[in-house]
Design a protein around this ligand. Structure first.
Ligand SMILES: Cc1cc2nc3c(=O)[nH]c(=O)nc-3n(C[C@H](O)[C@H](O)[C@H](O)COP(=O)(O)OP(=O)(O)OC[C@H]3O[C@@H](n4cnc5c(N)ncnc54)[C@H](O)[C@@H]3O)c2cc1C
Length: 369
């Protein structure tokens, strides 16, 4: 049995960053992943010979504010200058999101100026002192018209639950921009890796052994014995055999189609707010890479549907009962002296890529200090 300083369970950003950093200082590292590819949920691949890069687990746009994070990730591949803008279709008209001056003017057929927005929104908001649920909270923030158009149907499809039955605390604010600024992220750095995310992972994991199609739980004792420290980036409840119960996750399912057209929808991601349209979004990945030359008359489109599936984890549900469960598992994790837990699945948190990378870089500092 070969012995490693570190065995890392999971080749997503949390595992790959730690693998790269530890290898870089001369530690022996092995990465294992139960999937047949590296990169975790950021995995991308080129669709046949079309030159279109598809993100298998949903469109991923890299963004961050820290120069050190941007510099770190750029060591492994160059990025393009893509800037994300979210569009949403409601009753066959397209609006820009988050709600901004352009959205309000188009929706109400008016021509407000930036200074008019606050008073206009206030005039639409009923006074609700103690909103009892998400619907009341949203209406108290933006008024009934905008709520019914842009929040109600979309939220219902996302959660599979009527917003009247969702807790008010899910939203603390609903940003309304009083300018035409429609870039989704405020971060200074933004873009897509020119050759896709997988190429970044290939470069990060260069010279590091990786075993794919290998589930840690098939032989956990073997892996634990084979290393000084185990870094575990899988689901925390699974690590403890769900002894206190399962943490709940919202999931998404993707339905991919190839269409014989150069441009299907004119943008990378289109949201669909109408309740009677079953999917929440359509992704058209060629729009993420305008620098690429694509094969003519072909595009890949991917419809996204939301569902609850605790075994296919995307977004933590994070209810009070989940928080209590998590607390219990985190106490158990403290007792595992040889194991470091981290990443979105072990922390049971929604992390953007930059969060994940920064958390792994911080963890590396504590390992070497
Ligand atoms: C739909 C969607 C869209 C997103 N879009 C964006 C975006 O636009 N921008 C952004 O910044 N972030 C985005 N994110 C967040 C991004 O996906 C995460 O930040 C990132 O993937 C987290 O990396 P990770 O290493 O923690 O987890 P993961 O990428 O999930 O990696 C964990 C790895 O562990 C492996 N694993 C788990 N259990 C085992 C086991 N028992 N044995 C072996 N291997 C195991 C898994 O197979 C997986 O490869 C999005 C997330 C979702 C859900």
């Amino acid at each position: 049995m070969k012995h490693y300083d570190f065995i890392i369970i999971g080749s997503g950003f949390y595992g790959a960053v730690l693998a790269e950093r530890l290898h870089n200082i001369g530690k022996s590292v092995l990465v294992i992943d139960r999937r047949d590819h590296i990169g975790g949920n950021c995995y991308s691949y080129e669709y046949e010979d079309t030159n279109i890069i598809v993100h298998k687990y949903g469109t991923h746009i890299f963004h961050c504010s820290k120069k050190s994070t941007w510099d770190y990730i750029n060591q492994f591949g160059e990025f393009n200058r893509y800037q994300h803008r979210v569009l949403t279709t409601f009753k066959n008209k397209v609006y820009s999101m988050p709600i901004n001056l352009g959205t309000i003017n188009a929706f109400y057929g008016i021509n407000l100026k930036p200074d008019d927005v606050e008073a206009f929104i206030n005039s639409k908001r009923p006074h609700i002192t103690n909103p009892k649920n998400l619907e009341e909270k949203a209406i108290s923030l933006i008024g009934i018209d905008l709520y019914e158009a842009f929040i109600k149907g979309y939220t219902k499809k996302q959660w599979g639950i009527d917003p009247k039955d969702l807790p008010a605390e899910i939203i603390t604010r609903l940003p309304v921009r009083s300018s035409f600024f429609d870039s989704y992220f405020n971060d200074y750095y933004q873009g897509l890796p020119l050759n896709g995310y997988t190429s970044l992972f290939v470069n990060m994991l260069q010279d590091i052994p990786v075993e794919l199609n290998t589930d840690f739980f098939k032989d956990r004792e073997y892996w634990l014995k084979s290393c000084g420290t185990l870094i575990y980036t899988g689901q925390i409840d699974r690590y403890f055999n769900y002894s206190a119960g399962k943490l709940r996750w919202r999931s998404v399912k993707f339905e991919q189609t190839v269409v014989e057209i150069d441009d299907y929808q004119g943008t990378s991601v289109m949201n669909f707010a109408d309740e009677d349209i079953p999917y929440t979004r359509i992704h058209e990945p060629k729009h993420l890479h305008l620098e690429r030359n694509f094969k003519k008359n072909i595009s890949v489109i991917i419809k996204e549907n939301s569902c609850i599936d605790h075994d296919d984890p995307y977004y933590p549900v994070n209810s009070d009962s989940d928080k209590q469960l998590l607390d219990g598992y985190q106490k158990l994790a403290k007792g595992e002296k040889k194991v470091i837990f981290g990443g979105r699945l072990a922390d049971y948190k929604y992390y953007d890529m930059y969060h994940t990378i920064e958390a792994a870089l911080d963890r590396f500092k504590t390992i070497v200090s």
